[in-house]
Design a protein around this ligand. Sequence first.
Ligand code: AMP
Length: 282
Amino acid sequence: MEILTDPKLLQERCFSWRCKGLSIALVPTMGSFHDGHFSLMDYGRAEADKLIVSLFVNPTQFGPQEDLDAYPRNFERDAQAAREHGVDLLFAPRPEAMYHPDHATWVEVPDLARNLCGKSRPIHFRGVATVVAKLFILAQPTLAVFGEKDFQQLAILRRMVRDLGLPVEVVGRPTVREADGLAMSSRNVYLEAEERSSAPAIRQGLKAAREWVAEGERSAAEIKRRLELFWADRLSKGRIDYVEVVDPESMAPLETIADRALVAAAVRIGSTRLIDNILITV
Ligand code: AMP
């Protein structure tokens, strides 16, 4: 496995691969790998000739009060794990190599970014879309693999690719979970023991929402009301950042569930903000 930190070298390497007719899968990450990341890598490994993983804690997607400095970083462990998952190239740039001091160009998809996570993290998706666009320009991937855990991110990136006509296939993969249902996240390490033991209630609530719809409930307001009660009972130290029922493509809030709906939530447990979602098909 090759490790590159220089964007120009990444671009040269990928250009030569594409000239030889090789396909490239890209998995963008912020590191601290867990099985969720590995599932994306394994998919990319199986689907393309070359597999690139980027490991970059992207400063522009963190707000001023967020955990940029505290974000878990384990470069040596991650590099070893990437090697074991058949990664050909690990791209780990320094922030200065990705952003000029007077960086001024942003990619924004505001219609899909104002709701859900975009509400409490107003600059987050602008940072995500910009860094992913930059990675696409550098790596020229045939396909790029993302997790459905970050469903809004996936919807925004799909729209960015469609609107800009970028020649890359965006693939979404299912959320990988701990045995008790908690969605794997690099941020789970922040949870204290008591917080960790209550956290699976997030998933339990979302599954209950799916049941309520299966039993005939169609009102988004009623589902949200029941979920708030469900979590109030089970997440004593939790505070709901949002719970929304939205259209899975446009991220627009739904009043009534007709065919497909995404129920998405962010919950703060102690100082840790966790997100999860469930796609419901009637
Ligand atoms: P991150 O390093 O948290 O920015 O995530 C990098 C990629 O891994 C994103 O596409 C995430 O959606 C995806 N990802 C994170 N957690 C999971 C998970 N539990 N299951 C599947 N994919 C995940």
